[in-house]
Design a protein around this ligand. Sequence first.
Ligand SMILES: Nc1ncnc2c1ncn2[C@@H]1O[C@H](COP(=O)(O)OP(=O)(O)OP(=O)(O)O)[C@@H](O)[C@H]1O
Ligand SMILES: [Mg+2]
Length: 372
Amino acid sequence: MEPTDEPSAYERDAVSPDAHGDERQLEGALRPRALTEFVGQERVREQLSLVLHSAQRRGRAPDHILMSGGPGLGKTTLAMIIAGELGAPLRITSGPAIERSGDLAAVLSTLQEGEVLFLDEIHRMARPAEEMLYVAMEDFRVDVVVGKGPGATAIPIEIAPFTLVGATTRAGMLPAPLRDRFGFTAHMDFYRPDELELILHRSAGLLGAPIEDDAAREIAGRSRGTPRIANRLLRRVRDYAEVRGDGRLTLETARAALRLYEVDELGMDRLDRAILDVLLRRFRGGPVGLSTLAVSVGEEAETVEVVAEPFLVRSGFLARTPRGRVATPQAWAHMGLTPPPDAAFGAAADVNGSGANGSGGNGTGGQGTARP
Ligand SMILES: Nc1ncnc2c1ncn2[C@@H]1O[C@H](COP(=O)(O)OP(=O)(O)OP(=O)(O)O)[C@@H](O)[C@H]1O
Ligand SMILES: [Mg+2]
């Protein structure tokens, strides 16, 4: 996601899945460059490998590819890998950068044959540009409107066959005609702890700070299934080890550093705990509406819905019901509180404790599926 002008206090915290400040640059160095280096997302990797290699075999640009999934799960990384695997040039733009259809026409009409166009945050593109994109995706043509009013004419311009790679954190916000024009959709899931461990070992190596196995396991368990968070916590632990320790990334250092940053054993931070606290103490476990909950913790509804809630649902602490958000028995237990006799319980969602089931089914929580 694009950094907003005025980040909320929460966005500066350790376990927000959004990239903050100069983090994008730091991340560049840690990005895997090839599909074989990309950890996890097995199914997506396999499907994608097929799409890419069969297109190459036929000597044609592959189908347009849509990647949907929460922030920090590797969409940008995968887009770069796609271009790399195809040996094709990559052009990068984003939805918010396309304010008028002319902005898109300028990009499309200068594409080279076979180029990969990465359109990040595609759900935030201006509406008039969407229509232009449909035609470009289907017919490799752009209709440029010349003149104004009754004298305006559309001049069709042929464009080079290209592959569009769109990324979105809110697949539900894409208009159906746009979604339908992608030949392949990759649903990015949260990562399993063992996958995050691999990522951490790899990143630590690249940072020149090898990490001990149990320290990697500890960080992985607190990373909320998200590589970006894992890499960020790793950097914090490394800093801590350098300043307060002897530079070695051990379990003790990892624990001490994460305690300092208020990231608990489950990867919950202040916002998560604040939400549970309000839900349990003030609303007796719910049900309570999203906006009321957000106001009570002093956050934007979107932050609560996109950042905190999917994690709380996935961890089995919170359930979304038609009447609102409801705490589960696990939530009461985790916060060390006794539920009142008349408490409404939500059924716990994914309680297998792994944080991700790896089956491709749980990565869609909170992605624009509007619920009360
Ligand atoms: N499968 C993976 N293996 C190794 N590292 C990964 C993987 N996925 C993501 N990362 C690392 O996590 C960080 C964030 O990934 P990336 O920028 O691709 O996320 P994103 O989905 O594009 O996020 P956003 O929605 O915020 O744009 C990068 O530093 C990247 O190297
Ligand atoms: Mg990205």
